[in-house]
Each structure stands twice: as C-alpha cells, then as structure tokens.
Design a binder for this molecule. Structure first.
Ligand code: SAM
Length: 352
C-alpha cells in the first residue's frame, strides 16, 4: 500500500492525522509539518518505517495512516504508552462501562500521588482522581490499559499550564481562562478517552520499544525517520525535566527514584550523548552510521546545534545523496504583548 501512496493520498493521511490524533504539547512535536512529512514519505515509498524518537507519536501515526508497518521508539515510557494506545492498537476501545469503572470510587484507597504532589501540581480533588483512576487501571490489561493510561496522562498534560512540569505551586497567574485549565481532571479524562477511542483504526502491524536509540535494531527499514533532541543555543534539551510528571504517571511511578529534594519532585535526568554540546556531534555521527543502510529522513530546525552544514557533512559520510528541503515558517514566542515574531526554518533532510 505505502509504495503506491500518491501525493494526494499523502495529504489526506496528513489531514486525517491532524484531525484525529490526540494532541499533546510535546517539545519539538511535528504536528505542523505533517503535510510535508507525508509527501516526503510517499515519495520515498516502501512498506516499513522506523520512528526512532517518537515523542508525541504523531509521526508514527501518520506513517501507519500511509500504510507503513511502523516501529516507534522513544527512551521515555510515556511516549510508548501513547503509541500502544493509538498506533499498535488496531481495534480496542474503552467502553462506557470501562470509563464508569475508572470514574468509580477508589478500589484500594491509595493516595500516593496526592501525598507526593499536593501543593505542587493540581488541585487536591484532581490528585485524588489520578490516584483513584489508577486503582482501577491497575487491574486492566492489554490495549485497554494503554488507552486508559494515555487518556489519564493527556488529561494531566492539558490541565497543566503551558503543558510542562518545570513550574509548580500557585500557578494562577497562568490562568488565561482556557477551558482546559478549568475543567476537573475527571471530565478531562472522559473527553480524552473519547479522543483516543476516535483515533484507533485498523492498519498494518505496528510495534513499539522504549530504548536508548543506539540499541534500536538497525535492520534496513524503507524509511528511518529521525527527530532527535537538538541542543538549543541556550537552555537544554532534557525531556525528563519538562515531562517527568507524565512519565511517572504513565507507570504510577513504580520503580522510580524521585528527587525528593526538588520543588517539583522530578525524576532524574537521563544523560545520553545527545545531552551535551560537547558530545552531540559524535552522537549524530553514530546515529547516521547506525541507520546507514536505510533511507534517512531527518527533521531539523535552524535554531539548533549541530548546524545544518555539519549535519549534511555527517550524512555524506554514510550516504551518496543528501537532499535538504527547507520549510519556512514563523512562530510566536513569549506570552506578553511584546511577544516577538521570529522566522525559523524547518528542514526535512532526505539521505539515500
Ligand atoms: C524532538 S522530540 C520528537 C518529537 C516527535 N517527532 C513528535 O512529533 O512529537 C525527541 C524525542 O526523543 C526522545 N529522546 C531523547 N534522547 C533519546 C535517546 N537517546 N534515545 C531515544 N529517544 C530519545 C525524547 O524523549 C523525545 O520524545
């Protein structure tokens, strides 16, 4: 199917993905590039694809829509849960009965989330709901369990101002009247379940892993999509720091070693060669070597390190043909009246 996917059907797949894939504000997510990616994937063709840094999972979902057998990988657990719910899962949905069960009073009276995060994130009632929902989810298995956890995590993500868990305590000044910040977590859950249920569709086989990228099998894939964490000029690219609450919630913090002394009770950072400016160039060299037998599609934003020239040179070490496509766009940043607009180029680099 994928090898015959026309440019028009690629655009349809992109539009359907944008319309139904439950949206999470994941740093660097590629929702707005879906039409460009879809056309690139269609043009390359084939039947197998790897989304090696899956994040929100939206690109893997697009690939499945385009008829590829997709494998999604991300070293964090939360992205794996959403991939299981919305991509690996071909047909399971949560029924009204399942939802009512999860909304019913706690099965075991647990209160770890409230005891740990009260005064840091969310209202006490919302924390109680997360605990009690988990008391029921614990008894669930298979895709229904993944759907329930994905919907619970998305509820927490939508209810958190700015969607990141680096800010905590009294966050009233972030309240811009948005409905997402006002509705109770339980209501979010009901709505987010409906979103995930609507996203489920039958398609080619899909699989998932939660590995550091260097451990992902390099078996030739028709397409290897790489959207790694680049180093921004200032700040860092640490996903755990921003999304630790979702990561912990995706497994009820089982086996996690919390940093109790921190204000946000976060999880420890995972250091990889992509984490520091000192090691990131070597990390990219190794990454391209690892997938040198596949057609690589690389996403890159012009305000990040390594720079474009370096990336192209590294790709040329393993590939003959490197084609750089630039997608100009503008984004707004800053939350006040003086928010600046600044042009940033996004690139899709195809290396064969
Ligand atoms: C730019 S985001 C991917 C965004 C994704 N394409 C989307 O559209 O939502 C990069 C992802 O890489 C993951 N990641 C970072 N370092 C990794 C590593 N060494 N191995 C595997 N995954 C990693 C992060 O958890 C993050 O989800």
């Amino acid at each position: 199917m994928a090898s015959t996917c026309s440019p028009t059907s690629a655009l349809v797949a992109a539009a359907e993905t944008a319309a139904v894939y439950p949206r999470v504000r994941w740093m660097g997510s590629k929702y707005r590039l879906l039409p460009h990616l879809a056309q690139t994937f269609a043009e390359i063709g084939g039947s197998t694809a790897l989304d090696a840094f899956s994040g929100s999972g939206v690109v893997g979902y697009l690939l499945k829509k385009q008829g590829f057998e997709v494998h999604s990988n991300d070293y964090l657990g939360f992205p794996g849960v959403v991939v299981k719910a919305a991509i690996v899962n071909n047909s399971s949905r949560l029924s009204p009965r399942d939802v009512n069960q999860i909304l019913s009073p706690s099965a075991d009276g647990r209160s770890w989330i409230r005891a740990t995060y009260e005064g840091r994130f969310f209202a006490p009632d919302d924390l109680d709901f997360l605990d009690s929902a988990w008391s029921h989810i614990d008894a669930m298995t298979g895709h229904k369990r993944s759907l329930a956890i994905a919907a619970l995590c998305l509820s927490a993500a939508r209810k958190q101002p700015r969607g990141v868990f680096t800010i905590s305590g009294d966050l009233r000044h972030y309240d811009d009247g948005r409905r997402d910040l006002r509705i109770p977590m339980r209501q979010h859950f009901v709505e987010r379940v409906a979103e995930y249920n609507a996203a489920v569709f039958r398609g080619p086989k899909a699989t998932v892993s939660a590995l550091e990228v260097s451990e992902v099998p390099s078996r030739p894939w028709d397409i290897v999509y790489l959207d790694p964490p680049y180093a921004p000029p200032r700040d860092d690219n640490d996903y755990t720091k921003r999304f630790h609450f979702l990561e912990g919630l995706s497994r009820y913090w089982i086996g996690d070693d919390l940093m109790w002394e921190t204000k946000t009770r976060k999880l420890p950072k995972r250091v990889t060669p992509f984490s520091t400016k000192r090691t990131i160039v070597e990390a990219f060299r190794d990454l391209f070597k690892q997938f040198g037998d596949s057609t690589i599609v690389l996403s890159y934003g012009s305000n990040a390190l390594p720079d474009l020239e370096t990336l192209v040179a590294l790709l040329h070490e393993v590939k003959m043909d490197v084609d750089v496509r630039s997608i100009p766009h503008t984004y707004t940043y800053g939350t006040h009246a003086r928010a600046e607009r600044r042009a940033v180029d996004e690139y899709i680099i195809v290396a064969r």
